[in-house]
Design a binder for this molecule. Structure first.
Ligand SMILES: Cc1cc2nc3c(=O)[nH]c(=O)nc-3n(C[C@H](O)[C@H](O)[C@H](O)COP(=O)(O)O)c2cc1C
Length: 365
């Protein structure tokens, strides 16, 4: 029976344990969008502890960028900035993937250039229950022309190639949490009448084309995909998430990816919950490859999921944000640090690299 502490191979990547750091947007790259020294330190602090770190959502293009302070990966400087992080992680014996991000309709207006509009599958604004970096309501996005989609696929591919050049062990295609690819998947945001909208098969088409292109560019064993079938964040909803994400999981399974990452909280009162664990058990039956689960897990629930073969690995978000030595604390039965919500999305080292290790130390022993 597997536990969180057992090693695992996900695609081409051998991990020392099954505890994964979930991707966490922290807004520390500043206006330059270039990953910096404090980011390298933050990831390096967690690298000796987790089996795999999934670096925060990172813009694949100017069009896809829309979170002030988030990092990017579409030019030389971004690539060189990220090299600091991958070096720090590898020096500490860790592995790291980069999450590839296009924000679609929820690009913050403060990042618009000139008279640009955010783009989306359909001209439907995200109007409810949203976090807005600028404090403004989202305007109606511009519906993408089908002819623009190949260019966006190229941006994903170029960004994935840059990630591999910068030393990442792989990439995670972000199809979750109400960003562009999730906007194509779910019918609350996709009302297209061409071959990219309507039926489930049509709505899956563009996200799948992106994943296939990234797989072709860097190899299936270096690619993960993240989905969040029931997460209502960014005003997302779908008429039949079980059928939609079941069908998508089946297509993804055929690609032989490193993993499929399902964010669906185990608790109904979790901020990203749309009803606890409705879809994950369905996906488990369909998806034969490595499944990673996330959302409200602790040591006990993570081990239960692994023992029951509900998943092969478990990702922790807020617990890793606040505990650079999470696995060591689990092993020792130690208390966890309290997360500071005020510093989640912005700031400098405070609430970022200053969470203490066990025993109050500033660095790993
Ligand atoms: C501060 C913060 C930033 C996040 N940024 C991202 C992100 O960049 N990409 C992503 O897919 N999910 C993101 N999420 C969601 C987390 O990866 C994770 O799914 C969520 O926190 C639930 O897991 P947990 O209960 O272990 O914290 C973020 C969550 C938080 C709290």
């Amino acid at each position: 029976m597997s536990t969180l502490y057992d090693p695992i191979t996900l695609g081409d990547i051998h991990l020392k344990n099954r505890a994964i750091m979930a991707p966490l947007t922290r807004g520390r790259a500043g206006e330059s969008r270039i990953p910096n020294d404090v980011m390298a330190k933050y990831y390096g602090q967690r690298a000796g502890d987790a089996g795999l770190l999934i670096a925060e959502a990172t813009a694949i293009s100017e069009q896809g960028y829309g979170w002030p302070g988030a990092p990017a990966m579409y030019n030389e400087e971004h690539e060189q900035g990220w090299e600091k992080t991958t070096k720090a992680v590898h020096d500490a014996g860790g592995k790291i993937f980069l999450q590839l991000w296009h924000m679609g309709r929820v690009k913050d207006e403060s990042t618009y250039q000139d008279d640009e509009k955010a783009v989306a599958p359909s001209a439907i604004a995200a109007s409810k229950d949203i976090r807005r970096a600028s404090g403004k309501a989202y305007p109606e996005p511009r519906a993408l022309e089908a002819g623009e989609l190949p260019g966006i696929i190229d941006d994903y591919v170029e960004s994935a190639k840059r990630a591999m050049r910068a030393g990442f062990d792989g990439v995670e295609v972000h199809c979750a949490n109400g960003y562009l690819l999730d906007q194509f998947l779910r019918d609350g945001s996709n009302q297209r009448t061409d071959e990219f909208g309507g039926s489930i098969e049509n709505r899956i088409r563009f996200p799948l084309m992106v994943v296939e292109a990234v797989v072709k560019a860097v190899g299936a064993g270096k690619v993960g995909v993240r989905i969040s079938p029931t997460n209502p964040f960014n005003d997302m909803h779908d008429s039949d998430p079980a059928a939609l994400f079941g069908a998508y999981a089946k297509k993804l399974d055929a690609l032989g990816l490193a993993y499929l990452h399902v964010m669906e909280p185990i608790k109904e009162d979790h901020p990203f919950s749309g009803g606890a664990l409705h879809i994950t058990p369905i996906i488990r039956k369909i998806y034969q490859g490595n499944l990673m689960v996330n959302g409200g897990y602790g040591l006990k629930s993570a081990n239960a999921a692994l023992e029951e073969h509900s998943a092969e690995a478990v990702a922790f978000g807020v617990p890793y944000l606040a505990n650079p030595d999470l696995v060591a604390r689990f092993k020792a039965g130690a208390e966890l640090n309290t997360p500071d919500q005020a510093t989640f999305y912005a700031g400098g080292a405070e609430g970022y690299t200053d969470y203490p290790f066990m025993g109050g130390k500033e660095e790993a022993a």
